[in-house]
Design a protein around this ligand. Structure first.
Ligand code: ADP
Ligand code: MG
Length: 220
């Protein structure tokens, strides 16, 4: 009985995801079709319509590539990895995006801290969290990425100076397709949670007393 329950729960997650995908893809398709019909009828302002259609197609592209990532077979290649090294790799990738908003990413290292993990998956997690931090912030400010060892366990805090997260939004984080952004997919935190589950790690979200939020990864 237990096994069946587990399986039917899994099905409903898949169903939920499928419904979400259908919805997320149908809306841009409907809008593209509408604009193509207008163009077919021979309207002016073609450039505007092309721009909207390209934006809609880009949205679908983003969603499908994130879904492909989720659907990859779970061949965890776990090895002992230096945490600070993975963070450095990700910070390099995000530097130019941060610079555009004059945001500094400050990495506080914990020398020689290692975890046993799938390197590319944990880098994906760090990328999602730091990217969200950049996107949450206005121009100027600092994002801190702090690695610490607490009671023999490795902890990574990603601390931003954004607006923080309301009660209402906190409960929806990690739900597929939940986003408050114009160009968001709402898949980042879902992927993040899945990866951390597979690594026996947890994600805590803490409201900073001053400003912004902290996303805390705790490895076991
Ligand atoms: P996306 O980034 O595509 O919107 P995510 O799953 O990464 O999808 O995030 C979901 C939502 O969680 C975001 O749209 C935003 O509302 C909220 N969120 C995530 N990180 C932060 C953060 N650091 N500060 C404020 N809100 C955040
Ligand atoms: Mg995101």
């Amino acid at each position: 009985v237990e096994e069946m329950m587990v399986r039917s729960e899994k099905m409903s997650v898949a169903g939920q995801l499928a419904a979400g995908v259908a919805h997320e893809i149908r809306n841009p398709l409907t809008s593209i079709k509408g604009f193509l019909q207008l163009l077919q009828a021979g309207v002016n302002r073609k450039e505007v319509y092309y721009k909207i259609m390209i934006d809609e197609i880009e949205k679908m592209e983003k969603i499908t590539s994130e879904l492909l990532y989720i659907s990859k077979p779970l061949t965890d290649q776990k090895e002992e990895e230096l945490v600070d090294e993975m963070i450095e790799d990700v910070v390099k990738l995000l530097k130019s995006q941060a610079k555009l908003k004059n945001i500094t990413i400050k990495h506080v290292q914990s020398e020689n801290a290692t975890i046993t993990c799938d390197r590319s998956q944990i880098k994906q997690v760090l990328l999602n969290l730091i990217k969200n931090a950049i996107e949450a912030m206005e121009e100027n400010g600092v994002i801190q990425v702090i690695v610490q060892e607490v009671n023999n366990k490795i902890r990574v805090d990603v601390i931003d100076e954004g607006p923080g997260i309301s009660e209402e939004v906190i409960h929806k984080l990690g739900e597929p397709f939940f986003t408050t952004k114009q160009n968001g997919t709402g898949l980042g935190l879902m992927i993040t949670k899945q990866i951390l589950d597979r690594h026996n790690a947890t994600l805590d979200i803490i409201q900073n007393s001053s400003k912004g939020s902290t996303f805390r990864i705790k490895f076991k």
